[in-house]
Ligand binder design. Structure first.
Ligand SMILES: C[S@@+](CC[C@H](N)C(=O)[O-])C[C@H]1O[C@@H](n2cnc3c(N)ncnc32)[C@H](O)[C@@H]1O
Length: 235
């Protein structure tokens, strides 16, 4: 009888421990908000994605110089191009920050980062550093960057709250976060955008503000994309 009671107590303790572990890991790691959205970047055909991202007719390609100028980037700054893809914006920022500055090309896709580094070397850039990050963390040092830049990347975040917390941590106080992404309007957006893009501008503003950022500007001049500027409070 005594043995049976001890066995029951152990079984209860074990069940409690398992429930506690499951609960705490679920709280620390909520499920993906967009499962599978990045699967085609895991083993990408580099040239195919260069042709896709760096193609006339893509608004953020056509307006790339105006987009970069509007960030206020200056020589000597440290910029993180998060979700760098084929490095279209990484290279433009590298030209602007010069030798005294630095651009981190951050992407969860190792082939993308390796190709950005390879083409960067071939073109003579010495101020680009690649980071293959996890889908929940930028991999950037704390308080290390002046500008975090996301083009067409926010809706690819599977764990947006985790990524925003990590971006917040990697920005210097007073640093800037720029988010450019597709407008999502049932009246005007394509069926592809409505199906592919999880969050419209208002949802993005809500989520980014929730992470501690202050909205500074909502630039109206892109047609199919919004352009939001946030600050990490601090100075
Ligand atoms: C549509 S592409 C945009 C590429 C580039 N920003 C451009 O506009 O040309 C989205 C990119 O985000 C990357 N990505 C998705 N989730 C990410 C995350 N959590 N951290 C960093 N990169 C991520 C993907 O691998 C992909 O390269």
């Amino acid at each position: 009888m005594k043995q049976l009671k001890a066995l029951q107590a152990s079984a209860l303790l074990l069940a409690w421990c398992v429930a506690a572990i499951v609960h705490s890991s679920a709280a620390a790691q909520p499920s993906s908000v967009a499962p599978g959205i990045n699967s085609y970047y895991q083993n990408p055909d580099w040239q195919q994605w260069v042709n896709t991202f760096e193609r006339p007719g893509r608004e953020v390609y056509d307006r790339r110089h105006a987009i970069v100028d509007a960030t206020g980037v200056r020589p000597g700054m440290v910029v993180a191009d998060i979700g760098a893809g084929t490095g279209l914006f990484t290279r433009l920022f590298a030209q602007k920050v010069g030798d005294a500055g630095k651009v981190y090309a951050v992407d969860i896709s190792r082939p993308f980062v390796e190709n950005i580094m390879r083409t960067g070397r071939e073109q003579g850039y010495t101020n680009i550093e690649g980071i293959v990050n996890s889908d929940r963390d930028t991999g950037l040092p704390p308080a290390s960057i002046d500008l975090a830049f996301l083009v067409d990347t926010y809706h690819h975040f599977e764990y947006p709250a985790r990524m925003l917390a990590s971006i917040f941590q990697s920005l210097k106080p007073g640093g800037t976060l720029v988010v450019i992404d597709f407008r999502r309007d049932p009246e005007r957006s394509s069926r592809w955008v409505m199906g592919h893009v999880r969050a419209g501008k208002d949802v993005v503003i809500g989520e980014v503000s929730q992470a501690g950022f202050q909205l500074l500007d909502d630039k109206p001049w892109l047609q199919t994309n919004f352009y939001l500027v946030f600050a990490k409070p601090g100075i």
